[in-house]
Design a protein around this ligand. Sequence first.
Ligand code: ADP
Ligand code: MG
Length: 587
Amino acid sequence: MPIKLLSEDIVAQIAAGEVIERPTSVVKEMLENSIDAGARHIHIALSGDGRRRIQISDDGCGINMAEVDLAFARHATSKLNSADDLYNIRTLGFRGEALASIAAVSHLTMTTRHTDDATGTQLKIVGGMVQEQRAIGAPAGTVIEVEHLFFNMPARLKFLKKEATEKRQIASLVTRYALAYPQIRFVVEQDGREIFRTNGGGNLTDVLVGAFGIDQVRDMLEVDDQYDDVRVVGFTSMPRMNRADRSRITLFVNGRSIQDTSLTYAVVQAYHTLLMTGRYPIAVLLIDVPPADVDVNVHPAKAEVRFKDQDAVFTAVQRAVRRAVISQAQTPYLRERRPLEGAVASDWQPHQQLEMGLNLQTPGQFAGHRTGERDQPTDPTAIPYGAEAPAMPRTLPLLRVVGQVSSSYIVAEGPAGMYLIDQHAAHERILYEQFMADYAKQETISQLMLAAQTVQVAPDEAALLESNLPVLSALGFTLEAFGPNTFVIRAIPALLADADPVELIAGMIDDLIQGNTPGMASIEDKIVLRVCKSAAVKAGQILNFEQMQGLIRQLERCQSPLTCPHGRPTMIHLSRDHLAREFGRLG
Ligand code: ADP
Ligand code: MG
């Protein structure tokens, strides 16, 4: 075929296709324009999912009579003056493409009046061609009506998702914007029925309740933190409220809804060891950075941004969320703590508060953990973080051990009622925090093997092991290659003095084979989890009183005592009220 220039209307359609993919894109672009225009009130009316009709009205500044047709020219914008402005963008729009794109693929009517003009203008465009322009009386602001979207792109119409999907997307989009702009009143109407409304009062919690419902909001934690130039505010869910995918993690950067795999991961990462793998939090985070530190011009639909210092933003988000979550992970049991009344107070004595190690079959277990003088507690939001026995603040109320059930659970009593503690899960949590604390300080955590053992593995496994020797060594495993597919184990983590190293190495090879999947725990993490699992006291193991008490004392000072490092609960709490209710002593 000979080379020829594409006709203008084909070019327009191709360009429009990049920006306007579906009805949701129309809503997004128009919403952004209304917000940029300083609207306090935005009204969206849809017929069905918006293919037939989308109408957006705002009370923003409107468009000057003389500029109305220019607004529809491609690359026409009032938001940029010079190329330099591109690196300091404070508006949502700047590409000057949306109106042109929407007009190219629909029947569009715009009615607008600039606040300084006495009369308004109405413009009708069909498939990019102006049909009519006239002066008209209108309130200040802009009303855009888009009908028959993609009427001239039958192929695009065929690719649209089901109506219900599109409706849901639009609702979710408007909800997100409403969360980012609580000071703007949003109303969404679908086929004449109001489906969403915010009051524009500026209170994020109000919007959250409207968007998620009061029950869910009760389980959300407030995030509000600043690290250098990066401010992070919003809400994130308590670990007990979670979802099977990441879709409920909503991110805004400087008021712009964005997708960012890395920052989403930062949020997930903040729940490290508090959520089971494969579960994700719900979060709405408004991230503010200086406009000059973020490049918004990397995506035609402006859905992605690039940061000058990606790591700084990542860390800020992770820490801010972590801080909110950690402060909660420690308190629900303390929160229930009420002043003790007379008789009940003397119920029990915090007797025998011995700071003792577990002293299970593993003698080396807590070597080096009872030195007394410790550094300042590490920043609780840092990951990995540590828990130091005596110096760490108490995160659970003082618990009195009552006994053991099924050789697996410790029964304990505290001021707020009864606790049933999974001994294995609890010990895993304790070991995990100790291991990570030592690891962070690079203290010796390995112990030489008295009798060197060798392991033989399959050739592909040998290669894998070989390439991971540095990681393993950092975690306390010293292995040396020794003949074909054979390794000598010289040292293992001190926690594991009693475990069968050969079995452990086999398990680690499994971890290595699964590798580093994005969004999942890193290799190091997996190995640490495996070490803690092997070293922790097993279910079915009978513990004596001192052992149980030692375990509880340490758990009381863990940073996140309520979950094991795999995110499963370490304990079940039966409050006194609950017990009273069960026995019919209360309401
Ligand atoms: P951009 O938003 O990137 O500037 P658009 O094509 O979306 O490009 O809009 C073009 C111009 O039309 C905007 O720069 C703005 O001046 C004007 N405009 C669009 N929508 C509105 C609105 N709702 N209120 C006021 N002005 C608007
Ligand atoms: Mg725009």
